[in-house]
Design a protein. Structure first.
Lengths: 136, 190
């Protein structure tokens, strides 16, 4: 259940940041910073009494990591669907790499850029295949 | 050095660190087989995308004089986030968010020259400061990491614009390089 929640959170974070950055025209840095600050604040205020468990400590981190995906420019991730797909990938990557670079600043950003580049790679592949099919 | 060479250097750094990260992730033992192959797929897709993206880099001129305020922004962001995270115990995500908001609004508020240029480097520095005390144990190490990140930020300035997480990779380079330097010289001194 934990992993499903983490993947859902990362999809939500990437799409929300993309929406605020491009559709509400706030710019990427403000969108990512404000959203992740709010989420971290809500979690701190709601759960500061309860015992720390895995989800409470991890969800703010997943959120800020996935919000880096939403910071991508419109030239690369063309619409919300791309952002959602990259968020899905980020969730998987996050689940399987966290132990290794735990506590290294920028590890989350590296995971985010892995997922964005993988999404772009899929897009380029599909475009290339379609071009070849059209030539025949 | 010409701008072209700096761009090439920057993208080489970028790809090397991405590859380091991905292959280090593959070393984990408890990973199921399907995920293992999925990671290989992801890495190959990353290669395709990064080669395609390298073709459309911008050829903006590098001039160190124009970048000093940017580098200062990275360093200030890193140290400030580390202090907020460790001394005030805000938690990494919240400290970085707070510093990002400050970097975006404060320079415009107090009317610094080139106020809009600060948001991105300060947020990049904030990622350096998100490191835990197990990795960067004291403030001097944070200072070293964020200075390295500041240098690399200028080198990588023109490549892979608009790819989400680019700033995070720069911060990651700074942190890993500084821990490597630290352990190297620590070993010599001992």
């Amino acid at each position: 259940v934990n992993s499903i929640i983490i993947v859902l959170v990362s999809i939500l974070a990437s799409t929300a940041t993309y929406f605020v950055a491009h559709d509400l025209k706030q710019g990427p840095v403000k969108a990512s910073a404000i959203l992740s600050f709010l989420v971290a604040l809500v979690f701190l205020l709601l759960f500061h009494n309860t015992a720390m468990n895995y989800l409470i400590t991890t969800i703010p981190l997943v959120f800020i990591g996935a919000s880096f995906i939403g910071m991508s420019s419109k030239a690369h991730l063309k619409n919300l669907a791309y952002a959602a797909f990259a968020g899905l990938l980020f969730g998987f990557i996050f689940l399987y790499t966290t132990d290794l670079f735990k506590g290294y600043g920028g590890g989350l950003g590296t995971e985010a850029s892995m997922s964005v580049l993988a999404t772009l790679g899929i897009e380029y592949l599909i475009v290339a295949i379609i071009k070849k099919l059209n030539k025949k | 050095m010409k701008t072209k060479h700096i761009n090439l250097l920057g993208s080489c750094f970028f790809i090397i660190f991405l590859a380091l990260f991905s292959f280090a992730a593959l070393q984990q033992n408890e990973m199921p087989n399907a995920i293992y192959y999925l990671f290989f797929l992801i890495v190959s897709l990353i290669c395709i995308a990064s080669f395609k993206l390298y073709k459309d880099v911008t050829e903006e001129v590098h001039d160190l004089k124009n970048h000093i305020h940017i580098m200062l922004g990275v360093i200030i962001g890193g140290v400030l986030t580390f202090v907020l995270n460790v001394e005030f115990k805000l938690g990494a995500a919240m400290a970085a968010g707070l510093v990002g908001i400050l970097g975006a609004y404060l320079p415009q508020f107090i009317r610094l020259p080139k106020a809009k240029d600060y948001a991105v480097p300060v947020y990049c520095g904030a990622f350096v400061g998100m490191s835990s005390t197990l990795v960067l144990s004291n403030i001097w190490l944070v200072l070293l990491a964020s200075s390295l990140a500041a240098l690399l930020f200028v080198v990588v300035k023109n490549v892979y614009l608009g790819v989400g997480g680019r700033l995070g990779v720069v911060a990651f380079m700074g942190v890993t390089l500084s821990t490597a330097i630290w352990t190297f010289f620590g070993g010599i001194i001992k």
